[in-house]
Design a protein around this ligand. Sequence first.
Ligand SMILES: NC(=O)C1=CN([C@@H]2O[C@H](COP(=O)(O)OP(=O)(O)OC[C@H]3O[C@@H](n4cnc5c(N)ncnc54)[C@H](O)[C@@H]3O)[C@@H](O)[C@H]2O)C=CC1
Ligand SMILES: CC(C)CCC[C@@H](C)[C@H]1CC[C@H]2[C@@H]3[C@H](O)CC4=CC(=O)CC[C@]4(C)[C@H]3CC[C@]12C
Length: 369
Amino acid sequence: MAESAPVPKLVYLVTGGCGFLGEHVVRMLLEREPRLRELRVFDLHLSPWLKELKTGPVQVTAIQGDVTQAHEVAAAMAGTHVVIHTAGLVDVFGRASPETIHKVNVQGTENVIKACVQTGTQFLVYTSSMEVVGPNVKGHPFYRGNEDTPYEAVHRHPYPRSKALAERLVLEANGRKVRGGLPLVTCALRPTGIYGEGHQIMRDFYHQGLRLGGRLFRAIPASVEHGRVYVGNVAWMHVLVARELGPRAALMGGQVYFCYDRSPYKSYEDFNMEFLGPCGLRLVGTHPLLPYWLLVLLAALNALLQWLLRPLLLYAPLLNPYTLAVANTTFTVSTDKAQRHFGYEPLFSWEDSRARTILWVQATEGLAQ
Ligand SMILES: NC(=O)C1=CN([C@@H]2O[C@H](COP(=O)(O)OP(=O)(O)OC[C@H]3O[C@@H](n4cnc5c(N)ncnc54)[C@H](O)[C@@H]3O)[C@@H](O)[C@H]2O)C=CC1
Ligand SMILES: CC(C)CCC[C@@H](C)[C@H]1CC[C@H]2[C@@H]3[C@H](O)CC4=CC(=O)CC[C@]4(C)[C@H]3CC[C@]12C
């Protein structure tokens, strides 16, 4: 007898579903989760593209809401089976205050956990970050590390500190009884630097290069390696984890997984040139144009200016002591934990990921920043 198609019965909620990663998770769920009956997209700012998703077979419900408001989160989560919590304040440039970052990333996550318990949502997938591990303030390299590699994680910056605290809350909540008496199953994914369609910093570099006559100037030595991951593969790993958390709860509950693929290890700038090069930009210099001490000085100056100008205007350039330290420290992941635990294989090859990203950069040409 032919196997019948599964009856769609699950309700998923994606927080931050209109963000860079969130949009890919939403679209991936609609493409690759046949058990889906309803998909709730929860975000502070709802995007217009959500409308076009509402014509498919799965009910897509857009919910404008704030994760820092416990009642809004609980109301949105009532009746859901799985929550994928990607909402977060990604700010390493000093645009938001440390208090706001903490509120959104830590208190927001606490609200999601509490709502799981209150409403009986049994599965929680949390988007953590490699920044939970490092790079640390001492600039120690993390070279081809995995989830068990010892590393001195020291968090002084509000963003990594908030991600580390939130991740701990998620992992500690594993096993807590939710409404109805079943245990909550949680899991955290730690993407490295994500790239792909919708990546704002890539767009900024592209427009900066155009303004500089098609050139970018090397700031970081080519020998400093970063592990990067394609957004489609990050979304795929979220979808797989959400699917496998039920059947493999004992193995996967309370676990962390680096989110990786087979993108080549390169310096941040050389990696960006994989996409910006074919779009007509050139990276000038085989060595950094400015000596490192001068970059450190400029970064410190930017931090000082930010502080001085704060009462008047927001000055938040790309270069500050924190971004310089991250960009200048090798951080590469090499692991097969996700493959062993739930059969993860990247859905998009490096060639596909590269081609898709190039097409996207080309399409952004001429668009306002
Ligand atoms: N971009 C990257 O390279 C990496 C990102 N991550 C994590 O992935 C997640 C998604 O990041 P991105 O997509 O890059 O950021 P993003 O800024 O594009 O998306 C975040 C989304 O969360 C929403 N949001 C923010 N505050 C909210 C609130 N109070 N209530 C409801 N929604 C709110 C935003 O409106 C936005 O749509 C974050 O948790 C981030 O920490 C982890 C590793 C790397
Ligand atoms: C002009 C400078 C010398 C170079 C600036 C590059 C930086 C803006 C970026 C270099 C490394 C990036 C970070 C890294 O990819 C890890 C991240 C993980 C996250 O969870 C959030 C984003 C980020 C902190 C990312 C931010 C931009 C860089 C610091």
